[in-house]
Design a protein. Structure first.
Length: 200
């Protein structure tokens, strides 16, 4: 398969890349990293990325930021970070990508553990994860041409433990290898409309 991974340079993206490369032709994209430049927060950059990518059998998104911080100090502007970046970035990737992806292709988005196992400071990320999951479940009903759509919901990645020190008390991190297999399940398997949980 010819697979585009947006965000392949990040910790989640590397997990997907390691699991899929070798058996597939992989094209990577990011703002500063990857084969092709794209900023998912700028929808005008998504169409050119697809034109440069050529034909694609699968699109994987492992990019998207949200706001972390105490609820009592959270502003509308803070909350919009997750909506404009992680949520609309991944949704625009699907809406625009539908014109470009091959028949029977697939989209795999990335949510995360926080909507099913919340932590302090994670309300924005949790809300965005829930919204992506709802989009995936609903959009799967209307995917044309046999196209599938799923989301991978990884636990805290082992590779990210140091970066999030103190934020996820009691959470058991998942290995990159295990998280990578969730992306393989979505891309190579037959599931659609599913949230594929990658827990330890
Ligand atoms: N890390 C974890 O433990 C974990 C666990 C569960 C869920 N997640 C979710 O997985 C996703 C990725 O997390 P991560 O930790 O792997 O992040 P990361 O290490 O910061 O990597 C993000 C990747 O996406 C690219 N990127 C960032 N913003 C972009 C944009 N606007 N347009 C295009 N590419 C962009 C980055 O490359 P450039 O800088 O070159 O753009 C980078 O390759 C996030 O949505 C996160 O919530 C992560």
């Amino acid at each position: 398969m010819r697979i585009l991974i947006v965000g392949a340079g990040g910790e989640g993206g590397k997990a997907a890349l390691r699991a899929l490369k070798g058996r597939h032709e992989i094209i990577t994209a990011g703002r500063k990293s990857g084969d092709i430049s794209v900023d998912l927060t700028d929808s005008a950059s998504i169409e050119p990325m697809f034109r440069k990518s050529g034909s694609l059998d699968a699109v994987v998104a492992t990019a998207g930021h949200s706001h972390f911080g105490p609820l009592s100090a959270m502003t509308e502007k803070d909350f919009r970070k997750g909506l404009d970046d992680k949520l609309m970035g991944q949704i625009n990737l699907v809406l625009i990508g539908l014109k470009h992806i091959a028949d029977a292709g697939s989209f795999t988005l990335t949510t995360g553990v926080l909507d099913r196992d919340p932590v302090r400071g994670g309300a924005n990320a949790a809300a965005v994860n829930g919204a992506i999951s709802a989009f995936v479940r609903s959009a799967a009903l209307e995917m044309p041409r046999g196209i599938r759509i799923n989301a991978v919901s990884p636990a805290l990645l082992e590779d990210s433990v140091a970066r999030f020190a103190g934020v996820f008390p009691g959470h058991i991190p998942v290995s990159s290898a295990r998280a990578g297999q969730a992306y393989v399940k979505s891309v190579e398997g037959a599931l659609t409309g599913q949230i594929i949980i990658a827990d330890a």
